[in-house]
Design a protein around this ligand. Structure first.
Ligand code: HEC
Ligand SMILES: [Cu+2]
Length: 393
């Protein structure tokens, strides 16, 4: 048995090889910085996208350099001291304790990298989220499982599902809310993403700069309330809107399209929404003027909102007495209650705030307390007018 001899520490360093390696890694990293992101980034359609992409490319280049450094070393040492070592040499490696220079270098360089990235990315965050002049504010509502958008207008509530239309080269501010769980609004081509929460308004800002135009009405009618996201998917333009938060079973279908348009197209789009509101108004007006139309609408709302599960009302074909008082003859009874200006006012109060007056023989708290948030103001008008209107039986 022979005693293994400790090898001497071999101090020779192959400087030319290191210099060549560093040059190669640098060239590849610069190449990745310049062209790498293009291979997998989606198209970029906002001013902010450039700032975000530059930051991303910068990090990608640093990552590439470190990746090459580590992988080359692993490969080199595996070959040099693995496959190529003297097979009969079973001696231990030289005992090396500490190397201050090396430790200082590998502490300082990462510290500098992290410091630079912190400052740089914070600057990008500040630039992309700060308020701009003359922002166009659009309201976004997330709910299981679709997005809806409300556009500023003096006269109407201009609301549309699935479709975000923004004017080109204008600063846009989204104020976003959720009706149920946490969602996240994301348009990959805009490079902005933000959580959308119930009970709190969050914002997102961007300035779109790549025009798409609006779909041809003969191909797809964006105003059609029954439009589905699948139909929108068939378009070969427009930017995808997605929900980036796992918000429930149909989270993957919580999508939409964003279109970037000229000022005229934007005005045209809003005018289309206004026309729909005018049409709705005409229909409601007609119903309020024409008793038969009103009654027809009222009967259907009485069922839509489930009033018929508790209230008898022969005119609405609700014949069984449920948990609430019969509403037959309500129009006459309602006018007699004191403290209310009219039958309409009493009925409206009974619906919005059922405990304000509890009908004798019934207990408070049975009638749902949340109709104020569930019934739209227009539907409420119809329902109240219908219940206060004279009926045949
Ligand atoms: C879960 C059962 C339930 C449902 C659903 C319900 N109500 Fe009621 N409602 C009651 C009860 C119980 C009362 C009596 C107690 C009270 O006055 O709060 C009542 C009282 C009323 C009154 C006052 C009646 C009177 O004689 O003075 C009106 C009007 C009324 N409801 C309208 C409606 C309308 C409209 C809807 C649908 C939008 C509706 N309710 C849905 C249970 C219900
Ligand atoms: Cu969602």
């Amino acid at each position: 048995m022979s005693v293994a001899k400790r090898p001497e520490q071999n101090q020779t360093i192959n400087y030319p090889l290191i210099v060549v390696a560093v040059i190669v890694w640098t060239v590849i990293s610069v190449f990745v910085y310049l062209y790498g992101a293009e291979w997998f980034m989606p198209e970029a359609a906002t001013v902010e996208a450039d700032a975000v992409d530059n930051l991303f490319r910068f990090m990608l280049a640093i990552g590439t350099f470190i990746f090459l450094l580590v992988e080359t070393c692993i490969f080199y040492f595996a070959v040099r001291y693995g496959f190529m070592r003297d097979k009969d040499d079973d001696t231990d490696g030289p005992p090396i304790h500490g190397n201050n220079t090396l430790e200082i270098v590998w502490t300082i360089i990462p510290a500098i990298i992290v410091f630079v990235l912190t400052i740089y990315s914070f600057q990008v965050l500040v630039d992309t989220t700060e308020a701009k002049d003359n922002e166009k504010e659009i309201k976004v509502t997330g709910q299981q499982f679709f997005w809806s958008f409300e556009y500023p207008d003096e006269q109407y509530v201009l609301k549309i599902n699935h479709i975000l239309v923004v004017p080109e080269d204008e600063a846009v501010k989204l104020s976003m809310n959720s009706l149920d769980v946490i969602h996240a609004f994301w348009v990959p081509a805009f490079r902005v993403k933000q959580d959308v929460m119930p009970g709190r308004t969050t914002n997102l800002r961007f300035t779109p700069n790549e025009h798409t135009g609006l779909p041809d009405p003969s191909v797809i009618d964006i105003y059609d309330p029954t439009l589905t996201v699948d139909q929108l998917d068939e378009l070969d333009f427009g930017y995808d809107v997605v929900c980036a938060e796992l918000c429930g079973a149909l989270h993957g279908r919580m999508r939409g399209k964003a279109f970037v348009v000229t000022d005229e197209e934007y005005e045209q789009f809003l005018e289309g929404l206004r026309e729909i509101e005018r049409e709705k108004e005409r229909q409601r007006q007609e119903a309020l003027e024409n008793l038969d139309a009103l009654k027809a609408l009222g009967r259907s709302l009485f069922a839509t909102y489930g009033c018929n599960t508790c209230h008898q009302l022969t005119d609405a074909n609700s014949l069984n007495m449920g948990q609430g008082p019969s509403l037959n003859g309500l129009e006459e009874r309602a006018a007699t209650y004191s403290g209310y200006e009219s039958a309409e006012e009493y009925i409206r109060t009974s619906i919005l705030n059922p405990n304000a007056f509890v009908v004798s023989g019934y207990s408070a708290g049975i009638m749902p307390q949340n109709f104020a948030t569930r019934i739209t103001p227009e539907d409420l008008d119809i329902l109240v007018t219908y219940l206060a209107a004279p009926k045949d039986n």
